[in-house]
Design a protein around this ligand. Structure first.
Ligand SMILES: [Cu+2]
Length: 293
């Protein structure tokens, strides 16, 4: 490592420390999980990281070693063997270990993927359903059972699985609340399902994770998790104080614009399902039924 020779190793360590330790900070939402879904996904990410490091670290270390050991310079005693061609021992390690790692990672990933198709914790009572529509450049949340709607934020009860049904009435986007779980796409004419759950009250950052036009950077929202009783209180208050979302109001929201948080005491019935159907959702009968039953 001749090019590093003029830098004492203590200096290199000092430069590396902030990068190596920054992952512990609270601003790294992906690792600062707040629910069972995000926890499963974070563990899978960390397992993947450790397993791939088994290959990556020795390969990088070997690269430096080989460059140093076999470089052409006077008095280098490294053996020169041009007729060398095959080593079964080496092949065994070079192929065997990665194949083993891929197998383990494959099994773990399939296991967790299927685990997250259903709510991760046993349910007492019905889950909460929230229909999410990504619009040009805002997020609309509809509560089909409570018959209320919000824009650019939503509230959920803690310790209860929430079933998000996702679609788009604008270009495709992606719904992502890093502290609660991985992203899921929103697509016109489709109804995607994503189970999330918050274990502790808090404000969880959410955003559109898929570029969808000029003001896409403003497609941010908060998921506000609060205890069940506070959540019921919020529903009650919303129903009695907020204005209604009319069909004209919805058509306005669909237009390209950036808006602040909004709260509505009602919304035009069926507007979510009609949007999916009008965009070719006849192929989504099963999912639509799930979204509306
Ligand atoms: Cu799709």
């Amino acid at each position: 490592m001749r090019f590093l020779r003029f830098l004492p190793s203590s200096k290199i360590a000092l430069v590396l420390i902030p990068f190596l330790l920054s992952g512990c900070g609270e601003q790294y939402l992906l690792f600062n999980t707040a629910g069972p879904v995000a926890k499963i996904e974070r563990n899978l990410i960390l397992t993947t990281f450790v397993l791939t490091a088994i290959v990556v670290i020795p390969v990088i270390a070997l690269m430096f070693y080989i460059i140093r050991r076999f470089r052409d310079e006077p008095n280098n005693s490294a053996p020169y063997r041009p007729e060398w061609s095959q080593s079964h021992k080496l092949e065994f390690f070079v192929w065997g270990i990665p194949v083993l790692i891929i197998c383990v990672l494959g099994i773990l990933t399939v296991r967790d993927t299927f685990r997250l198709v259903r709510p991760t914790t046993s349910m007492n009572g019905a889950p909460l359903t929230i229909q999410v529509t990504s619009l040009d450049w805002k997020w609309l949340f509809q509560y089909p059972d409570q018959k209320i709607a919000t824009v650019n934020y939503c509230e959920i009860p803690t310790n209860r699985p929430v079933r998000f049904i996702l679609t788009s009435d604008a270009p495709m986007n992606s719904f992502w609340v890093p502290q609660l779980g991985g992203q899921e796409y929103t697509m016109p004419g489709m109804a995607m399902r994503l189970w999330l759950q918050a274990d502790k009250p808090g404000n969880y950052f959410g955003s559109g994770a898929n570029f969808s036009g000029r003001e896409y950077a403003h497609m941010k929202f908060n998921v506000v998790a609060k205890p069940e009783s506070d959540f019921q209180q919020w529903i009650k208050q919303t129903k009695s104080t907020a204005p209604a979302l009319t069909m004209d109001g919805y058509k306005n929201l669909v237009q390209q614009s950036v808006v602040d948080k909004q709260t509505y005491s009602s919304f035009p019935p069926g507007v979510f399902e009609q949007n999916i159907k009008s965009e070719g959702g006849m192929y989504m009968k099963h999912e639509l039924k799930e979204a509306t039953d």
